[in-house]
Design a protein around this ligand. Structure first.
Ligand code: ADP
Length: 286
């Protein structure tokens, strides 16, 4: 397997690559991760079951779109595929360090990425995943429809199959036109899963975002998620708002947008995420 992966990397980069060193990397939620190196050049490699290759393909295409935006550093994807029953993705290795004073620049650069828009509307070139959950992205002209159908209703449907009980879900879906009234977001290129575990800084002080669930959506979904599991440092918000101020009503939409991730967490992990989601729904319907 390792030889085949190294050959694929060699073919893609046009430079011979042989794995001389392989170190497991911790910290991921879903995949096994490694640093592979020939002593000169290193790559970051993720492995999963062969059935998960579409997830890696979508990750590679998302990283490519974000790289192409030339706004914020993301690992450059190299190749993906299946070999010996495993799916893999190889990407640029980045030496990650400590936050330092890079948070302001991260805010500024994320704002620049959010200025990249799609003329096809909201959605993306293909479905991807949020955590391990499938995330549909059919191109949709209306953000209200996209968020209602392909984000919230989709997660509610999966949660229903898992035995989740969200008594006011239909009431919430019906209230969406009111909750989003007067808000007309552009279809921005978003990271889609921007919690603190997916934001880092290289040892030379460059902000980096990792492990995306890329699509074109309301940029506020990214800012909302930075606030879901403990906020990013204040410098991030100050710089983001200076570069691309948030619209009024963000405080309410933040709850609406984070509800997607909380129901997804129920779908991935079960437990108390169900009651957390129900409290958020009550808050939105108050
Ligand atoms: P998973 O898909 O399993 O959640 P991640 O993509 O989040 O895995 O990666 C796991 C960890 O590996 C990250 O938290 C980060 O510390 C590190 N990492 C991710 N991408 C790179 C990279 N390109 N170079 C170096 N380290 C990385």
């Amino acid at each position: 397997m390792w030889t085949a992966i190294a050959q694929h990397i060699s073919a893609k980069t046009g430079t011979a690559f042989v794995i001389r060193d392989r170190q497991a990397v911790g910290g991921g939620c879903i995949n096994q991760a490694y640093q592979i190196s020939d002593g000169h050049q290193a790559y970051f490699l993720k492995l999963n079951q062969a059935s998960q290759v579409a997830m890696f393909e979508a990750e590679a295409l998302g990283l490519r779109d974000m790289c192409d935006s030339q706004t914020i550093r993301v690992p450059k994807p190299v190749c993906w595929g299946t070999v010996d029953g495993s799916a893999y993705i190889a990407m640029e290795w980045l030496d990650l360090g400590r936050g330092g004073d890079a948070w302001g620049r991260m805010g500024e650069q994320l704002a620049a990425m959010h200025r990249v828009t799609s003329d096809r509307g909201f959605g993306w070139v293909q479905p991807n995943t949020i955590g391990a959950t499938p995330q549909p992205n059919p191109w949709t002209a209306s953000w209200l429809e996209f968020y209602r159908e392909h984000r919230l209703r989709h997660q509610f449907r999966l949660a229903g199959r898992r035995g989740g009980h969200f008594p006011r879900q239909h009431e919430l879906l019906m209230a969406l036109p009111d909750l989003l009234a007067g808000h007309d977001p552009a279809p921005s290129l978003v990271h889609g899963d921007l919690w603190s575990g997916n934001a880092a800084v290289t040892t030379v002080g460059e902000p980096v975002i990792l492990d995306p669930a890329t699509y074109y959506g309301d940029r506020e979904v990214d800012i909302a998620m930075t606030e879901l599991f403990g906020r990013f440092p204040e410098a991030f918000y100050q710089a983001y708002n200076a570069a691309y101020p948030l619209d009024t009503g963000y405080a309410t939409r933040k709850v609406l947008y984070n509800l997607y991730h909380v129901i997804n967490h129920f779908n991935l992990f079960g437990g108390s995420y169900e009651s957390q989601a129900n409290r958020m729904i009550d808050q939105l319907l108050r």
